[in-house]
Design a protein around this ligand. Structure first.
Ligand code: NAD
Length: 257
């Protein structure tokens, strides 16, 4: 039997890699998309039958090429995980560089729109599909990022709800996951993608060291990428078929405060 296809963006690292791996273990054929093709290939190498594709999610022609290639390789898309994203350096509005603002909104919000739009052209004619967007606690709270990141992630939560309403009667569910503090390469990767001129963000933020995490998160520790992948797999499973437009918070209790 052919496997159903799950596309994961930002699959070369961190949460995306864990989602790709967990979906692969649950029997999906995995298309691992990342702007960093080498890292996507590494992810795919460890998942039987998976393939890697390079695309910048903020460039529609690249999104179209990657999704078209994945569909040609594997067949119809059943699951889309919009996970690619970058941090903004935790700048407040008055100190935020316009170019950083635009880049973060482009990748974190417009990227979700572009990939989803392309994949909906595959899902809508078939009348089913699951779309899972990686938002953040910063998509619900006014902390956890700077002005651009928080605006983008709130946008992802809003877009999730709008699309859930628009496509719920057409067999497609759209939900998001809101992770708390999860150790990944997000800061150095974001720094590299934003390029020179952006101040060092390694020590900026609200959950930078263990003391800050203990003060912020009732669980007292950071979560694991597998915790987030588990939530994504649940939302992709038959048990979640009546869940639509939901923001699933996975944060060790941070937001409950
Ligand atoms: P990560 O840097 O380890 O992974 C992000 C991946 O996205 C990288 O492989 C990167 O190359 C890729 N990427 C970045 N820009 C891209 C683009 N334009 N096109 C395609 N791929 C691109 O970071 P992560 O922590 O695993 O982040 C994954 C998602 O989880 C992000 O959306 C992030 O905002 C969200 N998130 C992370 C945390 C956390 O604490 N780590 C918390 C809340 C939300």
């Amino acid at each position: 039997m052919t496997k159903a296809l799950a596309i994961v963006t930002g699959a070369g690292s961190g949460i995306g890699r864990a989602c790709a791996s967990a979906l692969g273990k649950r029997g999906f054929a995995v298309a691992a998309i990342d702007i960093d093709e080498a890292s996507a290939r590494e992810t795919a190498r460890d998942i039987p039958g998976a393939r890697a594709y390079r695309a910048d999610v903020s460039v529609s022609a690249q999104v179209d090429a990657a999704v078209s290639a994945a569909v040609a390789d594997f067949g119809p898309v059943e699951v889309l995980v919009n996970n690619a994203g970058i941090l903004d350096g935790y700048f407040n509005a008055e100190e935020m560089d316009e170019a950083v603002w635009r880049k973060v909104i482009d990748i974190d919000l417009t990227g979700v729109f572009l990939v989803t739009k392309r994949v909906l052209h595959e899902m809508l004619p078939r009348g089913h599909g699951r779309i899972i967007n990686m938002a953040s606690v910063a998509g619900l709270n006014g902390t956890g990022g700077g002005a651009a990141y928080i605006a983008a992630k709130h946008g992802v939560v809003g877009l999730t709800r709008q699309m859930a309403v628009a496509y719920g009667a057409r067999g497609i569910t759209v939900n998001c996951v809101c992770p708390g503090a999860i150790p990944t390469g997000l800061r150095p990767h974001s720094q590299a993608i934003l390029g020179p001129g952006v101040p060092d963000m390694s020590a900026r933020g609200v959950a930078v060291n263990d003391d800050q995490v203990r003060a912020l998160v009732p669980a007292g520790v950071r979560g694991k990428v597998e915790d987030i992948a588990g939530a994504v797999c649940f939302l992709a499973s038959p048990e979640a078929s009546y869940i639509n437009g939901h923001s699933l918070v996975v944060d060790g209790g941070w937001r409950a405060k």
